[in-house]
Design a protein. Structure first.
Length: 389
């Protein structure tokens, strides 16, 4: 059977791909009044635009639509698919990103209809992870997640993608001819899982040695771009990459932290969470997320300046429930108070009715509230050690 090139991709990636973002407001995804639904939809769309930027794309067009439910063949209706095809042609779009999870059939049908590559939300996040993973463990986990996601897409008429090396989402296992064979994909997935099991054993050995030192572990969790790595760097004087972008860091880093003469702990920085974090990603990153599950205390970092911070807290807690970490004590750390109105910039500890530290307001950038944070962490460390505070 002849293989036909349906469209071309800039293989050199000397310039960013021209991207069209497509967002569809489905009834099942948004509740409340029309005003609330619209606000939530625009927030999700803005976050998707940031994800496109984080992947290295040039967002040149945004298309939206409303539907009761997703259409089986194209996700959007056939009429909307025609509109999108016209927009692709008009704006010279190279990649259409849908802020939803598409079935392999929908993705394939849309590529034929739009005459450009199509990536769904899962593929977009995986593309960012493939770009950012630095450690061997991170790369293994990304490759496993990519293969799991792409397996149904690479074996069903995707010959026109074989020779294309460039483009967002094309970095990684999707590049090689071998991966178009279902049997070889299954073998590769099995091999990756075996390698990750070895990584898990090594991590368990390191963790055991830390536990023998009787040091409690504090894991920093939170929505992506809330300032987790910046806080980690400020507290431990480490040099973990910290940038104002989604998913700047993927690999877990742990450091010993001296809090006081009574308490020292192990502090670990983890991958950021995001709304509707793909299940494939949670599963593939189990080795990294295990650091969160086995922590003694969670430092839940929140971007206090984000108007959607309460929703982001709920999104993080949802992921924590999914990985079985909802029972671990949490200390909320409201970061970026320097970006709040002057009358709301008060740093310090907020205590519950029982006098226990429930939250700390800080500005990592301005080093405000950090002594109070260390005080609250000391209290949690001593409580966890069974000592009175």
């Amino acid at each position: 059977m002849s293989r036909k090139n349906l469209f071309s991709v800039d293989k050199s990636l000397e310039k960013p791909e021209r991207v069209m973002l497509v967002g569809v407001m489905l009834d099942a995804d948004y509740a409340g009044s029309n005003e609330r639904r619209q606000a939530d939809f625009q927030t999700a769309l803005a976050e998707a635009a940031e994800l496109v930027k984080a992947a290295g794309g040039d967002l040149v067009q945004v298309e939206t639509s409303k539907r009761d439910r997703a259409q089986t063949a194209y996700f959007v209706g056939s009429g909307k698919a025609e509109e999108l095809a016209a927009a692709v042609k008009q704006h010279n779009i190279e990649l259409a990103v849908f802020n939803h999870e598409l079935t392999p059939t929908q993705e394939r049908n849309l590529e034929k209809a739009l005459q450009c590559r199509v990536l769904d939300r899962v593929g977009l996040i995986l593309a960012i992870f493939a770009k950012r993973a630095q450690s061997q463990e991170g790369k293994l986990q990304v490759e496993l997640a990519q293969l799991s996601h792409l397996s149904g897409r690479l074996v069903r008429g995707y010959g026109h993608l074989q020779s294309q090396k460039g483009g967002i989402g094309m970095k990684g296992p999707g590049e090689t001819q071998l991966e178009t064979d279902r049997r070889l994909i299954a073998q590769k997935i099995a091999a990756l899982k075996k390698q990750l099991q070895e990584v898990k054993k090594q991590r368990a050995t390191r963790r055991k040695s830390r536990q023998q030192g009787r040091l409690k572990t504090f894991a920093i969790v939170g929505y992506t771009n809330a300032g987790k790595s910046s806080l980690f760097n400020r507290l431990t004087k480490a040099d973990v990459l910290a940038q104002d972008q989604l998913f700047a860091t993927l690999d877990t880093t742990a450091r010993r932290l001296f809090l006081s003469h009574e308490a020292s702990v192990i502090l670990s920085d983890t991958v950021g969470f995001v709304r509707d974090l793909p299940h494939k990603l949670v599963s593939a990153f189990s080795a990294t997320l295990e650091e969160t599950v086995l922590a003694d205390v969670l430092l839940h970092v929140v971007d206090a300046s984000n108007p959607e911070c309460e929703r982001q807290i709920d999104d993080v807690n949802e992921v924590l429930r999914e990985i079985g970490a909802e029972h671990i004590p949490q200390l909320l750390v409201y970061n970026k108070i320097d970006l709040l109105p002057p009358n709301k910039r008060q740093a310090g500890i907020v205590r519950n009715a029982g006098g226990k530290a429930a939250a700390v307001y800080v500005s990592v950038a301005k080093a405000a509230g950090l002594p109070e944070l260390r005080e609250a962490m000391t209290e949690y460390a001593l409580i966890e050690n069974g000592q009175a505070v």
